[in-house]
Design a protein around this ligand. Sequence first.
Ligand code: ATP
Ligand code: MG
Length: 394
Amino acid sequence: MQPIFEPGSTIGVLGGGQLGAMFTEAARCMGYQAVVWDPDPNAPAHRVADQSLSTPFTDHETRERFVEMVQAITLEWENIPTDLCEWLEQRRPLRPSGAILRVLQDRLEQKQFLSSLSLPVAEFAEVQSGQQLHHAVNRLGFPLICKTARNGYDGKGQWLFRQPSDVTQFEQILATISSGARWIAEQYIPFVRELSVLVVRSASGETRVYPVVENRHEQGVLRVSLVPAPISSLDAETARELSVGAVVALQGVGVFCVELFQIQDGRLYINEIAPRPHNSGHYTLDACTVSQFEQQVRVTCGLPLGEVRLLSAAAMVNLLGDEIAAVTSGQGCREIFSTPGASVHLYGKRVIRPGRKMGHVTFTASDAEIAVASAQHFMSLFHNPPSAGPVPYR
Ligand code: ATP
Ligand code: MG
C-alpha cells in the first residue's frame, strides 16, 4: 500500500511544459509544494513552481538534490529517461513507473504489447531498412503511415504513403540514416472519428474513467476536442471498457489517456496511450468536478481518487502559434473575455512557433451544440492551418 502524502508535502515534477505547469498549479491549490525539474530554463512550469531545477536529466548531482527535496514524484512527459526514473523510484514513489515508460516510449513496443493482449490496433511492422519497408508495403498495402518509433509528438516524424511513388523519397532517407533508428509502419485506419478516454488508476487498483471525448486534428495537431463525444451510449461504454482494459493490463498507476479511432461500422482501434494528462483532457479544468491534474496529484500522493462528473458540455480549442493573438490583442481580447462560458488558458511560452501549443480556450455550455457553435465562431477568427513541423508531414 502506498503511504499517503498529505497537503504540505512536496511533489517532484519531471518535465516543465504546460502539462507540468497545470499540474503544479493544481498541486499548489491543494496545499502541496512542487519542485519542477526541466532542463529548459524557459519551460512554463518553472514560473509556477516553488523550486525549480534546470540542469540536464543526466546530471547526477541534481538527481541527488531532487530526491532529497521531494516526498513523491510524477512526470508530465513520457520521454523522461527511464534510467533516471528507475533510480528515482528506488528512493521515492514515482507515478507512473519507469517500467510503464519503457513500454510506452517506443511506438513499436507499445503496439507489440497491445497486440499481444489481443487489443485492437492497426496492423503494423518494424522498419529499419529499405528491405523491411518493402515487406511492410507488401503486407500492409496502401495507405500506410510510417512513424519514428521514438520521440514523435503532434504528428511530427510521420509520413503518409498513398501510392508506390510516395515511398521513394522515404527510401532515400532510410539509405542515409544512422544505424539504430527505427520506424513503425502502420496500416492507415479509415476512421470516421477520433476519440480519447482519460483513465485514472491508483496504486490499489481503483479506477476512474472520464467521459469519451471526440478529437479533431489538423496536420497531425489537435485542433478541437468535444465532450461528450457525439456517439451512442453503447459505443461510449465500449470505448471506456477498452481503455480501462488497456490501463489495467499495463498495471498503470497514474493518469492515462487512451487515443482511439472509430471506423464506419463502429469498431474501435487503440492508436496510442499517453501515461499522463492529455491535451484532450484540458476541458476537465473547467467542465468537471475534479480535473485531470488534480487526479494526478491525488494518485501521486496516494489520496482517494476524485469524482469525474461532467458539469456541462464543453468544446476546447487549441491556440497554435500566432493564433494566440486572437485572445491577447485588441478586439479579440475584449470579445473572448466577454463571451459567456469561455475560459482562456495561456501557457506563458516566450517563443511563438508555427503550430506550437500556446494556450487553449474551453467553451462550456448547457448543450454540446452551443459549446461547438461558440468554438466554431471563435476559430473563424484565426482559421489557418499550422505549418508543418521540421520533418515533412504527409
Ligand atoms: P499526438 O502528440 O497528437 O498524440 P503523435 O505525434 O503522438 O500525436 P499519433 O497520435 O500517432 O502521433 O498520430 C497523430 C495523428 O495522425 C492521429 O491523431 C491521427 O489523426 C493520425 N494517425 C496516426 N496514425 C494513424 C493511423 N494508423 N491511421 C490513421 N490515422 C492515423
Ligand atoms: Mg496521438
